[in-house]
Design a protein around this ligand. Structure first.
Ligand SMILES: [Zn+2]
Length: 113
């Protein structure tokens, strides 16, 4: 379950941020994940709860934004949305592709005080 590893890493970042800011409580954590990170929000939230148990972030609300995958073909330059596991260009069939969106994994903002 890779949600657990991601949640543990992000919980550490959130706790460090809150500690450096001198916060008593973290109220909300806004997260951005690309589609290719394949995070299941419910599993992530459960893992985050586990990782932050007993910390200032234990009761934080979790908001997850999923960015849809988007590719650009290096052959013809066309941007497109990949379908399933077929990543070749829909216009020319080239497999020389660049990922524009889909691998995002970051904390957009943290709210607390
Ligand atoms: Zn193409």
């Amino acid at each position: 379950m890779h949600e657990l590893r991601i949640a543990t890493d992000l919980a550490e970042i959130v706790e460090r941020y809150a500690s450096e800011a001198g916060w008593q409580v973290v109220e909300k954590v806004n997260l951005t994940f690309g589609q290719f990170i394949q995070v299941v929000p419910d599993l992530f939230e459960a893992a985050f709860r586990e990782a932050t148990r007993g910390t200032v972030a234990a009761g934080a609300e979790i908001d997850i934004e999923i960015i849809p995958a988007e590719m650009r073909c290096l052959g013809c330059g066309a941007p497109y949305i990949p379908a399933g596991d077929l990543h070749a260009c829909k216009s020319c069939g080239s497999e020389e592709i660049d990922l524009i969106h889909g691998k995002e994994l970051y904390i957009k903002s943290i709210e607390g005080g």
